[in-house]
Design a protein around this ligand. Structure first.
Ligand code: FE2
Length: 307
């Protein structure tokens, strides 16, 4: 039947304890062995020790053994080795060295969350009441892992690994610089960006709506304003609201809501995005450190990332 989503990301960092505390603050539920769970997707983040920050492993969900065999054959056609077992396919992204495991897993079924009432011109959805979006008392808990973004020294080869190799589909491209790719109905589950060094740019986590993007970020910034990277804004590619924050190892983590869903491939036309559109539709101007994180030079010279 096909690939149907991301199962988990494993992030290597030099400072596991501080980074783990950050993702607990972010709203992920700590489990044993530095695993973290989302409310709908279960265990989706694993933090492991590494000399410098990096994306160590990505697990991708597939329906059945035919999907694994199809990916194995496609990888072989593009010359990427893979190991096919009964319920999983193990391979390595050839540019960044990230491990990828395609695994047979049940499809994630999310219980629909009731639409938040918003008043508009001629439309009163919330008579005589303050907005429920900010009256919510519970802390924000991400529903699921949405996507991971990789900086690659050869973005075309990395993108080809995901599309021609694993079977991801291209949703949009950043002209000459990267590709938004999906292995589910979400607009993107992996984005590969051209970069002077291989690194993890960010992971992104789904929350209920734009209010929870704001509430989550506000809670993270309360007492820790230096965690702020970029937000609130709305992307063009995927349409999602976003707010980016920075973990103590230097990885960005994003709260997002309202991403485009591509339920019928025939009805979606990928675009080659140029200029600001590749980055966003609206929001504050992106800081220089968003595209070129502060520790990029250190990573290029092989120095340890400074937490
Ligand atoms: Fe993102």
């Amino acid at each position: 039947m096909g690939l149907h989503g991301l199962l988990s990301v494993t992030i290597g960092v030099p400072n596991v304890v501080e980074t783990a505390a950050y993702y607990a603050d972010f709203g992920l539920t700590p489990e044993d062995d530095n695993w973290f769970a989302t409310s709908d997707g279960g265990r989706q983040l694993h933090i492991v020790p590494a000399p410098t920050r990096r994306l160590v492993e990505l697990r991708v969900a597939a329906d059945d053994t035919d999907d694994l065999a199809r990916s194995a054959a496609s990888l072989a056609r593009i010359g990427v080795p893979a190991e096919l077992a009964e319920a999983a396919l193990d391979t390595t992204e050839p540019v960044t060295g990230m491990r990828v495991r395609v695994e047979i897993a049940p499809r994630l079924v999310q219980v629909p969350v009731a639409a938040t009432p918003y008043n508009g011109p001629g439309r009163v959805e919330r008579p005589a009441a303050r907005a429920p979006g900010f009256l919510r008392a519970h802390p924000v808990r991400p529903r699921k892992l949405g996507h991971a973004v990789l900086g690659s020294t050869n973005h075309e080869a990395s993108a080809s690994f995901f599309t021609a190799g694993l079977g991801f589909k291209v949703s949009d491209r950043i002209k000459g610089a990267g590709a938004f790719m999906r292995c589910s109905t979400d607009h993107h589950n992996v984005l590969v960006l051209g970069a002077p060094v291989n690194f993890l740019h960010h992971t992104s986590w789904q929350v209920d709506d734009v209010d929870d993007v704001g509430r989550g970020a506000a809670a993270m910034l309360d007492g820790n304003p230096d965690r702020h990277v970029w937000g609130l804004g709305r992307h063009y590619a995927g349409s999602n609201f976003f707010w980016y924050l920075k973990d103590p190892a230097g990885n960005f983590s994003e709260y997002y809501s309202d991403m485009d869903c591509i339920v019928d491939d025939q009805l979606w036309t990928p675009e080659d995005l140029e200029g600001a559109r590749g980055l966003f539709a609206w929001g504050p101007p992106p800081p220089a450190s968003f595209l070129h994180p502060d520790d990029l030079a250190a990573m290029m010279t092989g120095a340890h990332a400074t937490p």
